[in-house]
Design a protein around this ligand. Structure first.
Ligand SMILES: Cc1cc2nc3c(=O)[nH]c(=O)nc-3n(C[C@H](O)[C@H](O)[C@H](O)COP(=O)(O)OP(=O)(O)OC[C@H]3O[C@@H](n4cnc5c(N)ncnc54)[C@H](O)[C@@H]3O)c2cc1C
Length: 423
């Protein structure tokens, strides 16, 4: 019987555990998932938690209870470190787990330490984890009693821009509903070279489309901005030109700020330096395997992928749900093949679909493949995107409870968007 360990119980980890169990029966593999606590959190709904539209419990699932129904074990104490040379994981309580195959799906470490004053333990809010989003909601409730300027931003090196746009637009929608929008000047400040770049070099007319949405909502923007410091009431940023030369220093006042941090690999993984790139992301080959340790696979935000293009202020390429789904499917096919003595052949399709909620409407972007030039670039705005995102949340949480292994993007989302025929 093969011992398979999945490290990280997020979108990638829960999906890979269920798919592995469906592909490898109980007699063929023992599967154990390691999480930090017992809760699976649906990260894409965090922006709604931060404005009180969802409670944390609405978007969380008790992982061990549901995984147990599929005979998948769970360790909630978290991993202290991976020891790939001896096929072991050291848990935070000192116990060790042996594995034949390891799948690393830890998501990112949030590198607030790279900009002074950044993050919930300093001066800015975060929506990157559900816990942070809940803290952001408490701060927002305080802010509503005495509103003032809001700054939403993306720091240098950020790869995940979608949530920053979403949160700016969701706050705008929420403040309009409360009839407080007129008291809140808003600014979006970003490392992207232009609005709508999103770490993807733009998708279709995402530049025009998102500029128009920001303009209609009276949200000013500063692009090519290197946020250098955040104080108790100002975001300091250097605006650069296309050649990376300073053109303006900004000190943007705020009473409420949310700035996306850059990511690195998590500590438990990045200390295994030979397995990772310099920022601690797991190196993978075309089959999602680590080149040095081929029994180690990885999927999701923790994998190393290069930026789509060089930008004056560094930006990274996002790793979103569709891409993660296809990485998971490839890993399961490859572990099954390898454990049966067959060659490992499956590859992920690195495509991007982003459904960005804007509170009462939304924007959908499709990039196939993610890296240009592309076969499909498609971007549209409409209320249906907001509704699709609500439906997607419901469907995904049900999937995490039931262990259903249907690929959502491949089977439903592309068809619903009418993209299937363009692929
Ligand atoms: C706010 C936000 C909104 C997003 N919205 C969308 C969206 O709408 N659509 C989309 O396609 N993508 C979206 N993304 C991008 C991406 O899909 C999500 O970040 C997704 O959650 C990534 O899945 P993952 O499995 O790689 O990591 P995660 O879901 O972050 O899961 C990683 C898990 O590993 C755990 N972990 C870390 N270290 C350890 C350790 N040492 N031991 C044990 N466990 C550990 C973490 O606690 C976490 O539970 C969004 C990202 C953010 C931050």
């Amino acid at each position: 019987m093969k011992q398979i360990v999945v490290l990280g119980a997020g979108i990638g980890g829960m999906s890979v555990a269920y798919e592995l169990r469906a592909a490898l029966g109980k007699e063929k593999a023992a599967i154990n998932v390691i999480g930090e606590g017992t809760k699976f959190s649906f990260t894409p709904s965090n922006p709604w938690v931060a404005v009180g539209w969802r409670k944390p419990a609405d978007i969380q699932v008790d992982a061990p209870t549901h995984l147990a129904k599929k005979a998948i074990g769970f360790e909630a104490v978290g991993a202290e470190r991976v020891v790939p040379e001896s096929n072991q994981i050291v848990l935070r309580d000192g116990r060790t787990l042996d594995y034949d195959y390891l799948v690393i799906t830890t998501g990112p470490r949030l590198a607030f330490d790279e900009v002074p004053g950044l993050g919930p333990s300093a001066h800015t809010q975060s929506i990157c984890t559900t816990e942070h989003a809940q803290t952001a909601w408490v701060a927002y409730e305080q802010f509503l009693k005495d509103p003032g300027p809001i700054v939403i931003g993306a720091a240098p090196g950020v790869s995940c821009f979608g949530p920053a746009y979403e949160f700016a637009m969701i706050l705008d929608a929420d403040l309009r509903k409360r009839k407080l929008r007129d008291r809140v000047p808003m600014t979006y400040v970003t490392s992207e070279p232009y609005v709508g770049h999103m770490g993807l070099g733009g998708v279709g007319d995402s530049k025009g489309l998102l500029e128009s949405e920001l303009r209609q909502r009276h949200i000013k923007w500063v692009t090519n901005a290197k946020i250098t410091e955040v104080t108790a009431n100002e975001v300091k940023a250097q605006e650069l030109d296309d050649r990376g030369q300073l053109i303006k220093e900004h000190a943007l006042p705020f009473k409420y700020a949310m700035v996306m941090p850059p990511f690195t690999g998590v500590d438990a993984v990045r200390q295994a330096k030979e397995m990772c790139n310099p920022r601690g992301f797991v190196l993978i080959d075309a089959h999602q395997r680590n080149p040095k340790y081929p029994n180690v696979y990885s999927a999701g935000v923790c994998v190393a992928i290069p930026p789509v293009e060089q930008t004056p202020v560094p930006t990274g390429a996002p790793k979103t749900g569709f891409m993660i789904e296809s990485m998971v499917t490839a890993i399961v096919a490859n572990i099954k093949a390898d454990s049966e003595g067959r060659a490992v052949e499956a590859k992920a399709t690195w495509n991007a679909i982003c459904l960005a909620d804007m509170g009462d409407t939304g924007a959908a972007f499709v990039a196939i493949p993610q890296i240009p030039p592309r076969n499909v670039t498609w971007a549209k705005v409409g209320r249906w995107v907001h509704l699709a995102k609500v439906a997607f949340e419901k469907y995904f949480l049900a999937k995490m409870r039931s262990g259903n292994t249907e690929p959502i993007y491949e089977k439903y989302v592309l068809k619903a968007l009418g993209i299937e025929r363009l692929k």
